[in-house]
Design a protein. Structure first.
Length: 648
């Protein structure tokens, strides 16, 4: 339902003018005898906003309709992207409320993460203080825009009463063997001084946030075994429950990859050194009939086994309970993103040629029924809980460790005797230690000895807390369920409270979250469904992916330097730099302070009011399309006139 406001205005202009004359006396404010100035228009909006937003409570037996916009990071200031996404969600929520449905339209704050911590360091104040002030500021701006949110459901991920349950869910993952710690080659951001997941490094090898070239390190990190659900998540994209996911389905499928192989955890040994390794193969029969293993020369597994030679390396096969020789070579047919290969030269011609090139004797000449043995290998692996789940070669487990203060503490205690031990549920939440001043010397929990030192819950001996915090994607992977039961002090949410209200009817947000956030949220929902906590594994029915709000930017043709619009003048059909006449290029780009093409919603609110601002951001183009923002647009004036007359 997208239409030309200009045509509507011109068609009904006589009606608007007649309505203006006839109804000026029907005003509780007594202002219709005055010209409709901006001040009067804003006064009218403020006067009527409470009446417009105050709707009678609908009976709980009424059909529920869950409209959810992605909750914002509290930066302190709304931008036009916020105005667009919340105008869309508010319009949809309003429509269904007028249609008699019990509409759920909540809002909250994705409040942990690096931006707040770095800002706090710059100002030498605690991150919670900076975040709290930003939340207050943004909340006031949202109220000025008169969005009809369920404020009684408001939550913040940095609130201990929220992240208590993030920790609780983590411990459930740990209990099921889906959260684990191991040494791994990781991406290190030298500016933000933390690990980044592969997904947070761009195609140029730079950090998603700082822009720094990432470095490679080997660190002990926490992972969530999302790969175990890969096939279910892939197949779920064909579910009839998903509405209008369009190209997002292809993006998700591409990320997960074709689940055409399985992973089994072996153990590599070199003398007294042992290292668990994951072996992926698209031919499971090799796990039973494999005769040797090959490994790439630059593999992380070798970097921790110093001074090894081929004769020293062995690999324990948990399927056959036998040792296998390991050879170091780059010549095997390694799958994408994998550096270990299992070979069965008796049953595979390519493996036979590989064995000859490595001078490996063929142990067995027995031919096997590959189809039957593939099935047999899966059954053994799954029965013994050592893998055997279908997954693509490129998909990795979710790395959630972050070496920064401002995040959900990982609820694990490290004991020399007992190993990693779960914090007892009665001791949750494990809260962040209070820090009075927050200079550059306090960025990680491992510097806070009083907080780290503790007692092992199992043996009561001295132990230490885990000092990594969780990636903020963990906090946002389940928040839509907490919205439905925000006051629950006994568990994350009650299944009764989410039944009939989930999956979310409409989920609205930017396309930049269409891969990672949706993937993690879908994984978490599938896991919670496996626990029996939610009625459906899929979290969202319909997606509305809105395009960016673009601003017109100007840059010098000679150097590419961005310049403020006030320094530009239009000469004929060409843009020139004032005073010098130098040629200027004009283009539409994502709004950014550095490009001088941003728009402050506060200016629009004080100039036009919330109704005009919201209607203009919705006009002209469908939500999925990028929106070019300009006060000078024809539609802008049309909307202003349209609302001018509609006030009467």
């Amino acid at each position: 339902m997208f239409f030309s406001l200009t045509k509507i205005f011109n068609k009904y202009k006589p009606f608007f003018e007649y309505k203006t004359l006839c109804h000026r006396s029907k005003s509780s404010l007594g202002v219709w005898s005055e010209d409709l100035s901006t001040d009067i228009k804003l006064k009218i909006e403020r006067h009527w906003s409470k009446d417009v937003l105050s709707q009678k409570k609908i009976d709980n037996d009424t059909e529920s309709f869950y409209v959810l916009p992605m909750f914002p990071y509290p930066s302190g200031n709304l931008h036009m992207g916020h105005v667009r996404v919340y105008s869309i969600s508010d319009t949809i929520a309003r429509f269904h409320k007028l249609d008699g449905k019990n509409v759920i339209h909540p809002i909250g704050w994705d409040a942990f993460g690096l931006p707040a911590e770095n800002a706090a360091i710059e100002r030498n104040i605690p991150p919670h203080q900076w975040t709290r002030s930003n939340i207050q500021s943004m909340k006031m701006q949202l109220l000025k825009l008169s969005f009809d949110f369920d404020w009684e459901r408001e939550l913040s991920t940095c609130d201990p009463q929220y992240y208590k349950w993030t920790q609780y869910i983590f411990l459930k993952l740990f209990e099921k063997g889906l959260a684990y710690q191991c040494r791994a080659k990781v991406n290190w951001d030298p500016i933000d001084k933390t690990v980044l997941a592969d997904e947070q490094v761009d195609e140029f090898g730079c950090s998603w946030r700082s822009g720094a070239k990432v470095e490679s390190k080997i660190l002990t990190q926490w992972f969530i075994k999302t790969t175990k659900y890969a096939k279910k998540l892939f197949d779920g994209l064909s579910s009839n429950i998903l509405e209008d996911w369009k190209d997002i389905i292809n993006l998700q499928k591409h990320w997960i990859g074709e689940c055409n192989g399985i992973v089994v955890r072996f153990k590599m040994t070199c003398g007294d050194k042992k290292k668990p390794i994951d072996i992926w193969t698209s031919e499971p029969y090799k796990l039973i009939h494999g005769e040797f293993i090959t490994i790439k020369k630059d593999s992380i597994y070798l970097q921790e086994m110093e001074n090894m030679i081929n004769e020293d390396l062995k690999c324990f096969n948990p399927i056959t309970k036998c040792e296998m020789p390991v050879y170091i070579t780059d010549d095997a047919n390694y799958a994408p993103e994998r550096d270990i290969y299992i070979a069965s030269p008796s049953n595979n011609e390519e493996d036979f040629m590989l064995s000859k090139s490595l001078n490996v004797p063929v142990i067995s000449c027995k031919q096997v029924n590959i189809e039957i043995e593939n099935k047999h290998a899966l059954e053994i692996a799954q029965k013994n809980d050592i893998g055997g789940y279908l997954v693509s070669s490129k998909l990795k487990d979710w790395l959630i460790s972050r070496q920064r203060y401002w995040g959900t503490p990982i609820p694990i205690i490290h004991c020399d005797g007992c190993g990693p031990v779960a914090v007892p549920l009665k001791d949750l939440p494990i809260t962040l230690p209070h820090v009075e001043s927050f200079g550059s010397d306090i960025q990680t929990l491992d510097k806070l000895a009083e907080w780290i030192d503790c007692t092992c819950p199992k043996c009561q001996k001295k132990a230490k807390r885990e000092t990594d915090t969780m990636d903020t994607f963990v906090d946002s992977s389940w928040y839509f369920y907490r919205f439905l039961d925000p006051g629950n002090n006994e568990k994350p949410f009650d299944k009764i409270k989410v039944s009939g209200k989930t999956p979310v009817n409409i989920y609205i947000g930017g396309k930049e979250h269409a891969v990672l956030h949706l993937y993690y949220a879908r994984f978490m929902s599938y896991f919670l469904h496996s626990l029996g906590w939610i009625p459906s594994p899929e979290p969202f029915k319909k997606l509305v992916v809105q395009g960016m709000v673009m601003g017109q930017s100007y840059k010098l043709k000679s150097s590419g330097k961005y310049i403020p619009p006030d320094n530009v003048v239009l000469v004929g059909k060409e843009y020139k730099l004032k005073n010098t006449g130098e040629s200027v290029l004009a283009q539409w780009e994502k709004m950014s302070k550095s490009k001088y093409n941003g728009e402050n919603p506060e200016r629009l609110l004080t100039t036009y009011g919330c109704d005009t601002t919201r209607l203009l951001i919705l006009s002209d183009v469908p939500p999925e399309t990028s929106r070019r923002w300009s006060d000078a647009s024809k539609s802008s004036n049309t909307v202003i006139y349209f609302l001018w007359f509609s006030y009467t």
